[in-house]
Ligand binder design. Sequence first.
Ligand code: ATP
Ligand code: MG
Length: 570
Amino acid sequence: MITEIKENSTNEEKRSLSFVEQLVEEDLAAGKNGGRIQTRFPPEPNGYLHIGHAKAICMDFGIAEKYNGVCNLRFDDTNPTKENNEYVENILNDISWLGFKWGNIYYASDYFQQLWDFAIWMIKQGKAYIDEQTSEQIAQQKGTPTEPGSPSPYRDRPTEENLRLFEQMNTPEAVEGSMVLRAKLDMANPNMHFRDPIIYRIIHTPHHRTGTKWNAYPMYDFAHGQSDYFEGVTHSICTLEFVPHRPLYDLFIDFLLEKDGKNDYRPRQIEFNRLNLTYTMMSKRKLLALVEEKKVNGWDDPRMPTISGMRRRGYSPESIRKFIDSIGYTKFDALNDMALLEAAVRDDLNKRATRVSAVVDPVKLVITNYPEGQTEELEAINNPENEADGIHHITFSRNLWIEREDFMEEAPKKFFRLTIGKEVRLKNAYIIKCTGCTKDDNGNVIEIQAEYDPLSKSGLEGANRKVKGTLHWVSSDHCQKAEVRIYDRLFNVENPSADERDFHELLNQDSLKVIDNCYVENYLTEKKPGEYLQFQRIGYFVLDPDSTPEHLVFNKTVGLKDTWAKQKTK
Ligand code: ATP
Ligand code: MG
């Protein structure tokens, strides 16, 4: 998998065009919209961005960049009951972190007046009417894809009455749900979106930007394409679930062109497949429930599929972008393998991460022939993949910590770690020979003894001797205690969104493991969240924002090897 991604990035120029790029190039060749390219990324500020959004971001910004166009941000904020500024701020932050620059920032709420005026025009044209039925009644009359719907009793009310009631909908006195504005289209159309869709409803919750100015708000289908049109968007790229909305998108654009008496420009909607990942889900509604019910520690919990969660977990923006590039854009929905994302993360962090020493499950190792009180500063290479990253120093002494699982009193032949009578190398230090161990009354090893060979220091002549294993270690008087948080998949099933059971039942109850008696070398106290680390022989780690100098906290980003394939066959 890793090689696959490498190949993709080196062959970038040779890669064939995505179908979206092909359509854009066709439009350019046909001279549409004066050769102008303008896209938009349109998040609804009702949650944090997740990796699915990153796929849309890479497309929207990528097309603009490639064809010398512009990509704007538009907050699709037409439902004040779910939206707020905290979400807006975090969305901006996440897009910047991914490495994209937007042209302008727009809000659908900037167009409330224009949309209102358009709705009035629709009413005057006999293309919209006020329906005073309940939403249940309206739903009952919709029909089915094979049976036509039946008309509302209010469908043919006079224009003047429609105008008066529409004004009334927008007053504080209007009762939510008492009436809606519907487009008067075609109750028999096989496309259900044409059966007199609701285009305005009454909401009294104050809006995060316009406050209490409006009481009637446009629906998605009456805001999205229209906003594209007002802004001059040329390519409105979205996900496949909007395919059935496209004819309506086009019809409302036709109406706008008719209203404005224009015909020299129109936005075009193009749809691609959503990103879905194994063992997690992308529904903002369900992710919000996990946050509100405290099943996770916030939107940026490292187990979440959110951009902020992945950042906190230690994923680099480059690895997310490479992963998205590797899965590509198609016309078919699929489930993408989390292992592929992790491979991209591992591959990228291998080039970036500073190699450090940390002992996660410590046991004491005493070098009995090393003088008490003596210390040595040894050189540790920061990243063998990148010489420019330089070195740091690690202190060696008589008393060390090593991993418990790196010692076995009586070991089988193939055990190349520490066992009595055998030699191993301590990373960046000396070759040692194990001489014995001490156990408590229960038979647990509490201390291991070894002797070091003073001539075998890394880099010296005597170091050339062949030993099978190399162990990492920290000096017990020159290290810091640390908490390490280890994460597993958030859900137990491969595709929780497709499961009939309630998603709460599918949560992995053991998705977070906290280990609080780890030891890390002193050098790590200089690190900050966002600096990529490799705990040698264990995995990639990053400091968590919860960390303080007194209480270091690390998140495990990903292991050094793929453990998913193994787990799947369990
Ligand atoms: P919700 O989960 O609330 O239905 P949404 O996922 O559609 O919302 P939006 O904020 O409306 O969220 O999405 C902004 C843009 O991101 C849209 O263009 C949408 O098509 C795209 N997008 C959302 N989810 C994915 C996904 N899983 N893969 C690719 N693009 C996505
Ligand atoms: Mg949406």
